[in-house]
Design a protein around this ligand. Structure first.
Ligand SMILES: [Zn+2]
Length: 267
């Protein structure tokens, strides 16, 4: 599922390819991708306009239309691709065609993403009950929010209303880098632990964005390229293990991430 680093990649792609071009047609081949708007209304709203800038909040990409924002969410398998010519990629569901040549294609294999309009970022935050963006949030606010939270650390990291942008894959990476067991109780973390958690979140998000959220490009000490291959821990070579945490599957190194041992061990 596209998480903050993936969506940041889509944002940069849209910013590099699709700004300041007149939109001449919007084609919707799967109306169920649209939320609270019909294909006809979306076309009427966007035709003749241009995308003026891009924003991202958590896993949401916002394209400024000059009169509100088009919001794209990528569900489990979505992506965005600028295409020229008439051949569209497989799973193209919505197309934004520009004057001249070029079309920004919204792809979704499993039809789980959604597209809608908001007036501003505040409306998106309210509508989807989002916390601050995980990359933009400052240390103080991050620590305050986590200090009030109960439950497992992994579940808290993935809670979009606490901070927005981190999902299953990147919460595993953050907990591996910290290191901490995903079932660690958030309440057991003191101020110093929370500060370390914040710094690790920032470092992992920035590093993975720099490496284009591509598992094949990750630094050698990262879990990401090994998580789907029955891999071994890049630190101690112990076989990685899958465990259930809050209904989700976490990948951990059972030796580096022991329950009851928080980040204090490695300080
Ligand atoms: Zn290990």
């Amino acid at each position: 599922m596209p998480e903050l680093p993936d969506v940041e990649g889509f944002r940069r792609h849209a910013a590099a390819t699709s700004l300041h071009k007149q939109i001449v047609q919007v084609r919707v081949s799967e109306a169920r991708m649209l939320e609270e708007i019909s294909p006809q209304s979306l076309g009427r709203k966007l035709n003749g306009r241009q995308f003026e800038r891009t924003l991202r909040h958590g896993k949401y990409l916002l394209l400024d239309t000059g009169d509100g924002y088009l919001v794209l969410h990528f569900g489990m398998s979505g992506s965005l691709q600028m295409v020229s010519g008439s051949k569209l990629p497989q799973y193209t569901r919505v197309e934004f065609h520009f004057a001249g040549d070029g079309c920004l294609a919204y792809l979704s294999r499993r039809l789980l993403g959604h597209i809608f309009l908001v007036q501003d970022r505040g409306e998106l935050v309210e509508k989807k009950q989002l916390g601050p963006d995980a990359l933009a949030v400052d240390a103080e606010r991050f620590c305050e929010r986590f200090a009030e939270k109960k439950g497992s650390l992994k579940t808290a990291l993935m809670d979009q209303s606490l901070i927005a942008g981190i999902g299953n894959v990147y919460s595993d990476e953050i907990l591996f880098q910290l290191p901490a067991h995903p079932r660690t109780d958030v309440h057991s973390l003191d101020g110093k632990d929370l500060r370390k958690l914040y710094n690790t979140c920032q470092r992992v998000l920035k590093t993975t964005i720099r490496h284009h959220a591509n598992p094949d490009e990750m630094p050698s000490g990262y879990l990401l390229p090994r998580r789907n291959t029955n891999g071994h821990c890049p630190r101690c070579d112990t076989p990685l293990k899958k465990i259930k945490v809050g209904g989700r599957t976490a990948v951990i190194c059972p030796r580096c991430q022991r329950k009851g041992e928080t980040s204090k061990k490695s300080q």
